[in-house]
Design a protein around this ligand. Structure first.
Ligand SMILES: *[C@@H]1O[C@H](CO)[C@@H](O)[C@H](O)[C@H]1NC(C)=O
Ligand SMILES: *[C@@H]1O[C@H](CO)[C@@H](O)[C@H](O)[C@H]1NC(C)=O
Length: 419
């Protein structure tokens, strides 16, 4: 009886011990990939965050590193090892400052804009400001490799053969566009707002697209504008951004300076940093000017922000089609509709108000222009518009003496008309 008892107890102890060992090995197995992931994240952060000459803490929580110009991420690219930085473009497009000679009506005058981090300091000459990537930023991405890259092909395709495909990705657009010619740049002055985002995995942006090639696997794109993207930045602030890809968002390209490609020369503007202030409904309006153009001599694609800041360039060799010229230009808004609860998202585009409401209420692009083969800024000919669901987000074009070609765009997303 006693021995029976002991055997039973021993069996129970052995069983317990077995479960205990299992538990240990399970938790060990679970920890191993976690520590490997931490290692991968750290390695990626070390690659992205270059040693800083000076560091500035922005009121929004961002850390801006002033990095020596020749230590920026671009120079990790094998093709850029011996690259001689171009400190200025050979040419600006002709006619660049013509529009500022026209004085806007007082009620349609907008104010200049800066970046929030300027409140706490500036970067010295010879450095460029880079928004530091934090561990949390990378951990919010689906993988270390996908951090800083777009998830899907998101180009609005005004004349897609298969309209169902357009809707499938859940991205919605309200854009104006031109195609059918060779384009060497584009410009726009974009009204800046802070649209509400319903789900952290959604975003709202307003930008221009410079596109080369057809909409296949080798699509080339250069993009610039403002965006609110909780996933990418960890908050709801409106930020200046750029994007590029030479293979339809697959292996190449990224936002801002999150991969090697764009070469920045400017010490005052940080890609991905918050824009401040932003426009308020029936109140002060703020807008930013963005110009992207191809240097006719070297072939690089340059970007200028406002009248004063030449930010830098995408070297021509990054691209296939865009190494020659662009075949399409698009301007407008894009949101992700993840259909939370099976209904349309309430994520706003632009100001969250429809074009009909006009200045001070609806968001706009004004003085939209293209750069032609003779390096002249011109009004775009044959502008088309496109939206997947105009009952959710819409676009309306117009033209006048002050604003040249312009359009209002955007909307509230979910509403009784957009269920
Ligand atoms: C962003 O806005 C959403 C609602 O629009 C809110 O739920 C969320 O807490 C905000 N996120 C941050 C980091 O402020
Ligand atoms: C997208 O889907 C919506 C809702 O199903 C539909 O009303 C709209 O016409 C579609 N748009 C396109 C361009 O197919």
């Amino acid at each position: 009886m006693a021995s029976h008892f002991r055997t039973g107890q021993a069996r129970r102890t052995a069983t317990l011990l077995f479960f205990f060992l299992c538990l240990i090995s399970i938790s060990y197995a679970a920890r191993l990939p976690a520590s490997r992931q931490k290692f991968e994240v750290q390695k990626h952060l070390n690659r992205l965050n270059k040693p800083a000459v000076k560091t500035i803490k922005s009121p929004d929580g961002d850390i801006i590193d002033c990095v020596h110009i020749s230590h920026q991420p671009a120079f990790d690219h094998p093709f850029l090892k011996d690259h001689k930085i171009q400190m200025r473009p050979n040419y600006h497009p002709e006619g660049l400052y013509d529009e500022s000679k026209v004085s806007a009506k007082p009620e349609e005058r907008s104010k200049p804009i800066t970046q929030l981090w300027h409140l706490n300091g500036r970067c010295p000459e010879g450095t460029i400001p880079i928004r530091r990537t934090k561990e949390d930023d990378v951990l919010r991405a689906s993988s270390v490799k996908r951090y800083g890259k777009k998830k899907h092909r998101t180009i609005p395709q005004p004349r897609s053969a298969d309209p169902d495909l357009i809707n499938e990705s859940g991205h919605q657009h309200a854009i104006a566009y031109v195609e059918g010619d060779k384009y060497y740049g584009a410009k726009a002055t974009i009204n800046v707002w802070e649209p509400k985002i319903q789900q952290p995995n959604e975003f709202s942006l307003s930008q221009l697209w410079i596109l080369g090639g057809s909409f296949g696997e080798d699509l080339n794109s250069i993009e610039a504008g403002w965006q609110v993207s909780p996933d990418l930045y960890g908050d709801n602030n409106t930020r200046l951004f750029t994007y590029w890809t030479s293979d339809a968002y697959q292996a190449t390209g990224c936002y801002n300076l999150l991969c090697s490609g764009f070469i920045q020369i400017n010490s005052e503007i940080a890609m991905g940093a918050s824009i401040s202030p932003v426009s308020a409904f029936r109140n002060s309006q703020y807008d930013i000017s963005i110009l992207v153009w191809k240097d006719p001599k070297e072939g690089n694609w340059w970007m200028q922000f406002g009248n004063d800041y030449v930010l830098g360039y995408w070297p021509s060799f990054l691209f296939s089609y865009l190494a020659d010229s662009a075949s399409m230009i698009e301007w407008g808004g894009e949101v992700v509709n993840s259909e939370p609860d099976g209904q349309h998202t309430s994520t706003q585009m632009g100001s969250g108000h429809f074009p009909e409401e006009g200045f001070g209420k609806s968001s706009y692009f004004r003085n939209i222009q293209i750069v032609d083969a003779s390096n002249n800024l011109k009004v775009p000919k044959g502008i088309g518009t496109f939206t997947e669901q105009s009952n959710c987000y819409d676009v309306q074009t117009g033209s006048n003496g002050d604003w040249g070609h312009y359009f209002y765009y955007g909307g509230p997303g979910k509403s009784p008309n957009c269920p």
